[in-house]
Write a protein that binds this ligand. Sequence first.
Ligand code: KG4
Ligand code: ZN
Length: 328
Amino acid sequence: MPVVLGIESSCDETAVALVATDRRIIAQRIASQDEAHRPYGGVVPEIAARAHAERIAPMIAEVMNEAEMELGDLAAIAATAGPGLIGGVMVGLVSAKALSMASDVPLIAVNHLEGHALSPRLVDEDLAFPYLLLLVSGGHCQILRCEGVGQFKRLATTIDDAVGEAFDKTAKILGLGFPGGPAVEKLAREGDPTAVPLPRPLVNSGEPHFSFAGLKSAVLRAHESGLHSTADIAASFQQAAIDCLTDRLERAIESGGNAPSLVVAGGVAANASVRAALEELSQKHSMRFVAPPPKLCTDNAAMIAWAGCERLGQNDPLDYKARPRWPL
Ligand code: KG4
Ligand code: ZN
């Protein structure tokens, strides 16, 4: 069975994985940099790039040893080539190029967003194209109709912040630290989602897009008013964000985006309340719901290796450029 090495270094996770075309994750390592960035309350690009450079080679050696494989046994080496923080992307991509040059194994340059978008197919062999995808991460908030590998029709995007960014900023306002999404989810469990009146920007509007900047400002005002507990604000914020996601998805479904399956991917898809709301929406529209397990929703290398499996046969040149911006 062909096996692909995947390398991910576009943000603050250094990750490597070996995935076979029959969907087996043979070995994987993920090194989080949370501790290094925590004092700054967000990801510092220079610190991220240096940490990737320190860790990536030993991690690749570890997965190859664990699988008892040589470079020459690989069908391809797939690395995130963008979008992301350019210093980090370059560390992963250059590592992949060096391994490819040394072993003559083909290089596959992967779009990180395509990695997220295809990740549900790694865990669900019955998930066929087309499917409707909600891609929700720290940098992106999009609805895509996935019609094939490399064939994505973008139906909606955010006009300001991504939803993950709104979770992170809410966490910062409430003093919950970094990373924000999981902390907001945890505190929200103790709060009342109806306690704080918060706006749902663009809900019921005729245009397809998302907006979260107004919600974030309202969270700040609610916090500064001193009238509400942080748990109530967290729960009310999470509910408002979910209402925005489901309303915009419903609009996409009703205006030509329909497909047999509704799929969610990206870091925010790790949130249990988000998943539950989307599952309910799928049932209402008789769509099958597919969500990767939380560990495959946040950044990882198995999804990059899997995108490589989907693109097997491709052989990218050794001068392939890292791309800080690379829309699907
Ligand atoms: O996909 P990802 O790991 O990295 C990017 O490509 O951006 O997504 C990270 C984003 C962050 O904004 C983080 O706060 C959010 O996903 N996130 C969550 C949860 N876990 C991660 N948001 C809400 N609830 C969670 N449990
Ligand atoms: Zn991501």
